[in-house]
Design a protein around this ligand. Structure first.
Ligand code: FES
Length: 127
């Protein structure tokens, strides 16, 4: 099960953009694509760092967020990992050094949360 919490008005979430929010102590990313909203924890599964703040800055385009630390890329809607640890701060590095930066962690997806829009507000279910 889980607890549904209100994130805020849909109108506060810019269409086609990724927004970082903290709700009830939960650090989340919220993606809006028209009337559809997708939510995931703002936590990279590689080392647990923020997906929206870091040396590479926020990088988001067409439903894909790139971690600002080691460039792993994720589909925000599904949470799927698309690319795992390819460099640092948006720059690619040789494959031998990717293995070092990877620290032996295996590719994993984002922790996505069930989100709905009701009466103009965004709600998400948290554990
Ligand atoms: S912390 Fe995100 S790829 Fe390393």
């Amino acid at each position: 099960m889980g607890t549904e919490i209100r994130v805020g008005p849909l109108s506060d979430v810019r269409d086609g953009a990724l927004t970082a929010v903290v709700v009830g102590g939960h650090r989340l990313i919220v993606e809006r694509r028209g009337d559809e909203v997708h939510v995931a924890r703002n936590r990279c599964p590689h080392l647990g760092f923020s997906l929206t703040r870091g040396p590479g800055g926020l990088r988001y385009e067409d439903g894909v967020v790139q971690c600002p630390w080691h460039n792993s890329r994720f589909d925000v809607k599904t949470g799927d990992n698309l690319d795992w640890v390819t460099g640092f701060a948006g720059r690619r590095v040789p494959s031998w050094s990717r293995r070092l930066i990877g620290l032996g962690r295996r590719p994993r997806g984002l922790d996505t949360l069930s989100a709905t829009v009701r009466d103009g507000d965004v709600y998400v279910v948290v554990e």
